[in-house]
Design a protein around this ligand. Structure first.
Ligand SMILES: Cc1cc2nc3c(=O)[nH]c(=O)nc-3n(C[C@H](O)[C@H](O)[C@H](O)COP(=O)(O)O)c2cc1C
Length: 180
């Protein structure tokens, strides 16, 4: 899904950087409490978490793609979310930039299917100076071929590409408006 969204963004004229959380080394938060005190540093910070946070804070837009595992985020994503705890007592200042999430789940039904993952991300992003501006969710997703299923007159894959194009357009228009 991240690849499809990135294709749309690039068709819309912006460049993307793709990061696979599974390829990063992010150790899980141990709740030691050290980051609650100045300088709010994490004793685990020799891994890839800080570099990832720097990228997330610097980007114009962050698109976060994740499957639902046991009604929440998968372990790699959850480790990353938990490590942002170090910003709880030292949050970045300034206006929040947007983040967008695309979630998939295997089950075709379930009122609360995306609630856990969505709430986790909603409270994670502000710690990195972002707000979760939009979330879209797809159910009944078990294999890559499910992206070819038709919905509202086009494939799910094409609707993700369109979504990326729309965001690229929106960011470009915002930048044009901000230019004197
Ligand atoms: C460990 C695990 C837990 C899962 N838990 C759920 C779940 O709670 N609800 C659900 O609808 N699907 C669940 N699924 C199915 C996945 O959401 C679905 O297969 C998704 O498309 C997997 O994406 P991936 O191939 O990128 O991991 C689970 C799959 C795995 C492997």
């Amino acid at each position: 899904m991240a690849q499809l969204f990135a294709e749309g963004v690039e068709e819309g004229g912006l460049r993307c950087r793709f990061l696979a959380l599974r390829a990063l080394r992010i150790r899980p938060c141990l709740g030691c409490g050290q980051c609650a005190r100045p300088p709010h540093a994490c004793p685990l910070s020799g891994d890839d978490a800080e570099a990832l946070f720097t990228e997330i804070m610097a980007a114009k837009l962050v698109f976060w793609a994740a499957p639902v595992y046991f009604y929440g985020l998968p372990a790699h994503a959850k480790s990353c979310v938990d490590r942002a705890q170090r910003f709880w007592n030292d949050p970045p200042s300034g206006p929040a930039r947007p983040a967008v999430a695309g979630l998939v789940a295997g089950r075709p039904r379930g009122e609360q299917l995306f609630t856990g993952a969505t709430l986790g991300l909603r409270y994670f992003f502000p710690l990195l100076g972002r707000e979760l501006a939009e979330t879209r969710c797809w159910r009944g997703m078990e294999e890559p071929g499910d992206w070819q299923k038709e919905e509202n007159g086009c494939s799910r894959a094409e609707s993700v590409r369109q979504w990326g194009r729309q965001w690229a357009q929106r960011l470009t228009e915002d930048a044009d408006r901000a230019t004197p």
